[in-house]
Design a protein around this ligand. Structure first.
Ligand SMILES: Nc1ncnc2c1ncn2[C@@H]1O[C@H](COP(=O)(O)OP(=O)(O)OP(=O)(O)O)[C@@H](O)[C@H]1O
Length: 280
């Protein structure tokens, strides 16, 4: 079922005047196949927007297109029109864009023999003069980001030796060190234990409360129910529903998209939806 595209919820954070991220008609073709088909997306500043959808629905591609790093394929029609506040994201020079947005990719790996601290310091590059080395302020920002991501103890480890969950925390720390105003994340809770998942989502909520626009792809619909303000549901490269959590996470929307039976309960403390699934 399509609920069409709804307007974004009211924004109440310190940067409430900022309109957040808006994408119109984002279409992308890979090997002659349309993997994003006219996606319209609104992610309000001061909120966490969850990007949902089954495997292959286009979440990673959309995030990479929004971040301007999608290599495979090409834009179709007139190309995506994506604004962040008053800025046309697509028109921003690369370095300028890196000062505005950070992308935390799914299972990003590196073969470079980098220490964790050095990997996180890479996030500071857009903020310093060309050819300048790390300043004390950069190192302080990197250590603070590591602490926020629950990875302070890993600072001197080599990235290649880390577990999946440890690496995930380091990728989050690198993005935090970048101090973006728009943070895009692809499955940031992948590999994380339950406490770390909740901590990661708490970090995203805290950033949003400070006015950062957060867009995160998630598979865990209950995590989305518990932590997101706004949801965008993709299926086959199209937006099939978007809006507040309570409007999107309903059986009539989810069942045809995922092909499972969904029951929605209400959390006794938070009042948010809690979902239960059965094979359809
Ligand atoms: N480099 C590529 N070459 C060919 N097809 C691709 C490429 N990258 C993505 N696709 C296809 O585009 C579609 C969307 O993929 P994408 O990774 O964006 O989906 P997703 O929603 O993130 O999936 P998942 O939940 O499994 O991570 C899929 O059908 C995928 O096979």
């Amino acid at each position: 079922m399509s609920t069409g595209y709804t307007t974004a919820p009211a924004v109440t954070g310190p940067r409430a005047a900022h309109a957040g991220l808006a994408g119109a008609d984002v279409s992308w073709e890979i090997d002659g196949r349309l993997v994003l088909d006219g996606v319209g997306l609104v992610a309000p500043a001061g909120g966490v927007t969850g990007l949902l959808g089954p495997n292959g629905s286009g979440k990673s591609t959309l995030l990479r297109v929004l971040a301007g790093v999608q290599q495979a394929g090409r834009a179709t029609r007139n190309g995506p029109v994506t604004t962040f506040g008053a800025a046309d994201l697509g028109a921003l020079p690369r370095r300028e864009r890196a000062r505005v947005l950070a992308l935390v990719e799914q299972d990003a790996t590196t073969d470079l023999p980098l220490s964790v601290l050095d990997a996180v310091l890479l996030g500071r590059i857009p903020h310093r003069a060309l050819l300048a080395g790390d300043s004390d302020a950069d190192r302080a920002a990197a250590r603070s980001a590591l602490a926020t991501a629950g990875a302070a103890a890993l600072a001197d480890r080599e990235v290649g030796t880390l577990s999946g969950g440890e690496r995930q925390r380091v990728h989050m720390a690198r993005a935090l060190a970048q101090e973006p105003r728009l943070l895009l994340l692809d499955e940031p809770t992948n590999h994380l234990d339950i406490a770390a998942q909740l901590a990661a989502m708490r970090t995203l909520r805290d950033l949003a409360a400070d006015g950062v626009t957060v867009v995160t792809a998630l598979h865990d619909l209950n995590l989305a129910a518990a932590t997101c303000d706004h949801l965008v549901l993709l299926a086959d490269g199209r937006v099939v529903a978007a809006g507040p959590v309570a409007e999107v996470l309903v059986p009539a929307v989810l069942e045809p998209v995922y092909g499972v039976r969904v029951d929605v309960l209400t959390h006794p403390r938070t009042g948010r939806p809690v979902l239960s699934f059965d094979e359809g």
